[in-house]
Unconditional design. Sequence first.
Length: 271
Amino acid sequence: MVYDVLVIGGGPAGLSAALNVRARGKTALVISNPLAENPLWKAERVDNCLGLPDLSGKELLTVLYDHAVSAGVEFLEARALSALSAGTDWYVAAGDMMTQGGAVVLAAGAVRGKKLPGEAELLGRGLSYCATCDGMLYRGRRVAVLGYSPSARREADFLEEIGCQVLYFDRPKSCAIQGTDKVEAVVCDGETEAVEGVFLLRSAMAPGDLFPGLEVEGGYVRVNREMATNLPGVFAAGDCTGGPLQISKAIGEGQIAGQKAAQLLARKAAE
Ligand SMILES: Cc1cc2nc3c(=O)[nH]c(=O)nc-3n(C[C@H](O)[C@H](O)[C@H](O)COP(=O)(O)OP(=O)(O)OC[C@H]3O[C@@H](n4cnc5c(N)ncnc54)[C@H](O)[C@@H]3O)c2cc1C
């Protein structure tokens, strides 16, 4: 799937960025978890969004989504798992798909919660963030699924279907992953279980895990006034760049990021 601009995150920032890419005649794909999984969906009432008074979070997100889609924005319901650049393009793995774009806008919202003990050390050594991507490596083996996202149970069912022995932990309060060179066990809420693989399924990933080398400060992506990050062709907008964590700020930053991404592509095309 090849687009001019890939947008990661379908909240106010991402939808605004994609709309503004379309307004400049470029194609835009928003890769996002389902709209209904956005934390804002549950807000009873949003009162400080200019021109959109008295809406619930669900109504507001639906209005923004419908506007973007009516302008020709495409929406891929999937979790973005990794991004890498080759030449002047970016490739983003989303669910079991590979997407390609000339520029990327990261609008994945604020990441809540810290890394688990053992997570950084054992990532790629038995620890995976994606059941559908890596599940086949663990057929016939005992694995733990740490389910922190609404779709985690479905991903655990998939692992069972392909023959993994799955221990499912539903939003464990405390959790650690143990192993020397590879995963050997998980300790969840005081219970230790020997496993060969761990699937840590969250709705969001830390920006630096998605984009290796991305400059992050205090958990937020560093951007300049054009919403450009330190990585060529990568822009960021919304809560992921820092406070105030508010809708109007996210929409405004999304607009700048979308415009600047489209301008970058126009410059590249003219070279
Ligand atoms: C209950 C509640 C009430 C609120 N009330 C208000 C209010 O009244 N006024 C106000 O201004 N603000 C309010 N906010 C804050 C507001 O929701 C945020 O500031 C705003 O939504 C930020 O927009 P965003 O697009 O940057 O991020 P988000 O809206 O968080 O959108 C990011 C999206 O990206 C998705 N995502 C993340 N990582 C990935 C990935 N790897 N792959 C695919 N998708 C991914 C997320 O699931 C999410 O859908 C409220 C927030 C909550 C939770």
